[in-house]
Structures are given as C-alpha cells and as structure tokens.
Design a protein around this ligand. Structure first.
Ligand SMILES: [Zn+2]
Length: 594
C-alpha cells in the first residue's frame, strides 16, 4: 500500500471535516453547512463509506479528504499529505531524488547478488549438492536460468566482498538485507550455504531473496527481511514471469511454495505465482488484481477449509469477483501433483470451486439439514459469510442456495441475515470500519488505464476537455490528472508532482498497453470514467432529494437540487448514448477493459 493510501485509510474523514464544520449524522451520511460557501441550509455531505464529500449547493463539487484539506487550508497535494500524515501518525519518508537514487542502488546490489549466486550455482564445485538437489527435483537448465536460481556459499563474507569490490558500501548491503550485523558490529553474509530464489517485482527487478537449506536443518526457508524494496506480505514469487500469461488467460493461480511455482512454469502453466509459504494476504490479492480479476488458490485439502472460510469473502470483495479453490489431494502440493500427473493438475484447475460453494460443501458435509439443530448450525457458519458478500447478485445467489439447501423460505433467510447485521457492525471498532470502507478505492483499473494512456500518449491531452479531476476517485490518480491538465507537456510532470506520487507515476508510465486503436480506447475508457462518476453523483442527489422531501426543505432549495439532478441525468444519458453508439459502430471491438 502506498503511503497515500495508508494516510487515507487511517484518516477518519468525518473527524477531519468535522474540525471545520459541524456535521450531523443523517442515514449513512453526515451533513453540515458547507465550509466553502456561505449558506443557511446544510447542503454539504460527507460519505464515510466512500471516504468522500460533496457540496450540492453553490460549490457543486466534491472530493476526498486530501482535496478537502487542500481547498480548505489552501495547500498543495504534498503539503496536505504531510499535514494529514502527521495527524494520522504515519511517518512520511519523502522520496527525494537522493532516496530514489538510493533505491536504485539497492536494486543494483540485489541484482548483482542474484548474478553472483547464480554463477556459483552453475559453476562452483561447492554448489555440487545444490545442483544435485535441483536435478533430483526435476528442474531443467532453462528453468534454473529463467528463475535465476542460485547458491550462497558457506562463507561469512563471500557476497559481502564480492559486492564491496564492485563499489557497494557496507551500509547499502545492510539496507538491502544482504548482510547482517553480528556481534561487535561486524557484518557478514545473511545467506550461507543456501539454495537461493531471487524474488523479483513485476518489472523483473530483484527486491529480495528466498533461501532454502540443503540439509535437514531448520528453519528450512529464510527470506530477506523487510527492506525499502522488499515487503514479503505484498510480494508474489514469480510474478515477473507470470504476468503476461496471467493477463492472457485472465486467471492467476496462487500456490504456496517456490518449487510449486517453478514446477508449474516448467510444465507450461505460466499463470502461477507463489505466496511464499504463507497464507495469501490482502496485499498479494491487490497485486493480482492489477493483472486479472480472477484468482484461484491451490490449497491442500487438509487446510483448505479454514483458509477458505476465513479469508475468501474479503478477497472476493477486493477482486470484485469470485475466488476459486483448487483442491489438492490430501498431503500433496502442486509440485508433486504436476510432476506425477499433468492431466490431473489440469482437471483440478478446471474443476476449481468458487470458494463460497466450497465452504457450503465443507460446512454441510458434516450436517443433516433435515434436523432443526443442524439447520441452525449451518446458519451460524454460512449466513455471516453470505452477509459479507458485497456484490448484490452473488449475495442473492447464495441466499437462495442456502434457502434451498436448508429448505427454509427465502424470506426467513433474509430475516435471519438482517438480524446478523447490527450485531456484527456493532462489534466493529471505528478504524476497522474505515479501513474496510477504504479498501475498494485503493485501486481503480479504469482510472489507471485512462491515466496510463494519457501519460504514454501526450497527444491525448487535447482530448481531455470533457474530463474533470473529480472523476478520479483515487487521490493519487486525481493529483496526477490535475497536474497533467496544468502542464504543457510531460517533461516537467515528475518535478511538479510530490515525491510520494513518483512510484505510482512510474508504474503508470510503464504499464503495458496495446498499441492499436488509441483514440477508440481512449474514448471508451473516458466515457466509462464519466459514467461511473455521474452515476455516483446521481445516486447521491437522489438521496439528498429524498432527505429534503422528508424533512420538508424549502421548495426553492428542492427545486435547485432537482435542477442539478436533472442536469446529471442528462449528462449521464448522453454518456450512455455515446457508449452504445460506439459499441454498435465497431463490431466486436471490446478493448479488454472489462
Ligand atoms: Zn459549498
């Protein structure tokens, strides 16, 4: 997660805005007098669920907590970020030019280390055992090269000396996690006598290492520590090699171990990444989401139940689609299954069950749903899971499935579900509720696609008149777009943007986009962006209108709001017409956005 997302997630927008105007709760929203224009009746709303605000009065504008503070305190983005970070207790490490250079040095040190380990594995007599291990595991030379596997010698200073001879400082090696400080402050190599797995980011740059012992000693695996480049919980092993196949097949398969991923790739299953021995994390799911909306977890039958129940729905909500479970034969990992029987692996992948169906199966397998006791046991386990599903259609699907399985009317299931809500919500503390609400806005594919197009094709700047920064929900995206609008060309873009945004800018600049039909793709994605924004605005206006009608607001205010409401509807209809014209204009020309 970027520091900007973290600040946003840790900031309670109701509290932040509440320091400038007094807000009263009104349904799911908060309402108050607009702090930006003078008014007698409150037309200013804060939406904690979406972490945003909107003034339906004279301003007729809105945004998130960053844009609020920027406007109210007259700050630029970086200043507002610093102020809010300070309040939220988030330490900002401004990525100055110097720091960017520092990170680059760390990448280079890791890269040089990977090369050093790899050369030793291929040629050093000391690596004989490591080579034998890989041959025994069935790895081909090409695979060993693709994954740049390596060997760390049983020496205290082999790597350290090698890298220091090449100009890296001891401090850089410490920061990169390649050496550790021992007793008396003397440093030595972290990895000794290990089989080395370089871990790369999506751009193929080595950020850290996994390492396996070559005997029976424990621990079997160690990793690089957390460094400025390496965050294990957000990293997927093999993602650099898996990304294009994952995009093509529109599916990511997540396995646990390094060897599982490597064996899968060697056998032609290139959309496989590994969570590196731990349970899949939300950060990892977010990384997958950049490539595809479809994920399948390969799980051992023994552990799958727990895992599935605990995490599935959260992942599905992040991805906005269903997560599937590839159920492995008990006690087998993907490495073994693939080696023994490629067809079986393919069958298992094809037969992967949506995680909630799988949970239904495991829960009900042990129960007799003809009895009242087991019906309520099943309800206790399954209804809270169904209740968490955000997508209304899928929620309805599983509500019906539960009703049919347990032979209870849908109304009764619905009633039972509605009884769960207040109880579960009450248990949530406020920060958690904020964190949860903030999840879906962390990454927006359409926004990022639009921006990436614009950044990579500056000529599109002329086509930006219809776009407003407000259409971008993500703070970083909005700031980048607003800065693009002000800049004449992109050469000064980076200088104009706060250092905290540079990484995001870089990733958009280097996004892999198809090269054809530029204008059409641009038109499509900007229309979608507008449509999403207008829809949201219209829904909010309807809410405000309903509220005004209930509380007997003055007719004039109502009329003004209605006028605006109609304005939005007309715009929305225009956008939809343009979209459908586009669709009928070019046959079969979807751009792969959906
Ligand atoms: Zn206002």
């Amino acid at each position: 997660m970027s520091v900007i997302d973290e600040v946003k997630q840790r900031t309670d927008i109701v509290e932040a805005v509440g320091q400038y105007t007094s807000l009263t709760k009104s349904g799911r929203t908060f309402r108050g007098l607009c702090p930006f224009h003078s008014e007698k009746r409150p037309s200013f709303f804060v939406y904690p669920d979406q972490q945003s605000w909107h003034c339906f009065g004279a301003c007729n504008t809105g945004g998130d907590v960053f844009s609020f503070i920027m406007k109210k305190e007259n700050l630029d983005f970086g200043e507002a970020l610093r102020l809010l970070a300070n309040r939220a207790g988030v330490t900002l490490s401004p990525r100055s030019e110097q720091e960017t250079k520092g990170r680059e040095r760390l990448h280079q040190a890791n890269q040089a280390a990977a090369q050093y380990f790899h050369d030793l594995l291929l040629h050093s007599p000391a690596a004989k055992k490591a080579r034998k291990y890989l041959v025994d595991r069935g790895l081909l030379p090409k695979t060993i090269g693709d994954f740049q596997l390596g060997f760390s010698p049983n020496s205290w200073e082999g790597l350290k000396q090698h890298l220091m001879e090449r100009g890296f400082t001891e401090n850089e090696l410490l920061t990169a996690g390649l050496v550790v400080e021992g007793e008396g402050g003397k440093t030595h190599d972290r990895f000794r006598n290990h089989l080395m797995f370089p871990i790369n980011d999506t751009r193929g740059r080595t950020t850290g290492f996994g390492a396996r012992v070559l005997d029976d000693s424990l621990p079997k695996y160690i990793n690089s520590p957390q460094t400025p480049l390496f965050d294990k919980s957000g990293t997927l092993y093999g993602i650099n090699l898996a990304q294009s196949a994952t995009r093509q097949q529109d599916l990511a398969i997540i396995v646990e171990g390094y060897m599982d991923a490597i064996t899968a790739h060697q056998n032609g299953f290139q959309n496989v990444v590994a969570s590196m021995g731990t349970s899949v994390t939300e950060k990892q799911v977010n990384a997958v989401k950049k490539l595809t909306k479809n994920a399948a977890l390969a799980l051992d039958a023994d552990t799958a139940g727990e895992e599935a129940m605990l995490r599935s729905v959260g992942y599905e909500n992040i991805l906005g689609t269903e997560v599937r479970i590839i159920l492995l034969p008990a006690g087998k990992d993907p490495d073994e299954v693939i080696k023994e029987n490629v067809e079986l692996w393919q069958e298992l992948v094809a037969g992967a069950l949506p995680v909630i169906d799988y949970t239904f199966d495991t829960v009900t397998a042990k129960l007799d749903l003809a009895t009242a006791r087991d019906k309520s046991l099943a309800a206790d386990k399954l209804l809270p899971i169904i209740n968490e599903i955000k997508d209304p259609l899928r929620k309805a699907h599983y509500r019906l499935k539960f009703a049919q399985l347990s032979n209870i009317s849908e109304q009764d299931v619905e009633a039972a579900l509605s009884r769960i809500k207040p109880d579960r919500r009450a248990k949530e503390t406020r920060p958690q509720a904020v964190a949860r609400a903030a999840q879906p806005i962390l990454s927006s594919p359409v926004e990022e696609y639009c921006l990436a197009l614009l950044l990579q094709h500056p000529e599109l700047k002329a086509e930006c008149q219809n776009l407003s920064p407000e259409y971008f929900e993500s703070s970083q995206n909005r700031e980048i777009f607003a800065t693009c609008q002000q800049a004449d060309d992109w050469s000064s873009l980076k200088e104009r943007l706060d250092a905290a945004i540079h990484e995001h800018l870089d990733s958009l600049m280097s996004k892999n986009l198809p090269a054809t039909q530029l204008n059409r793709r641009w038109a499509e994605c900007t229309l979608r962006l507008q449509e999403t924004y207008l829809r949201r605005l219209e829904a909010r206006k309807k809410e405000v209108l309903a509220l005004e009608a209930q509380t007997g607001g003055p007719a004039a205010e109502l009329a003004k709001l209605e006028e605006q409401g109609i304005g939005t509807s007309i715009q929305l209809r225009e956008v939809q017409t343009q979209k459908s014209q586009m669709r009928s204009g070019v046959k079969g020309g979807r751009n792969g956005l959906e």
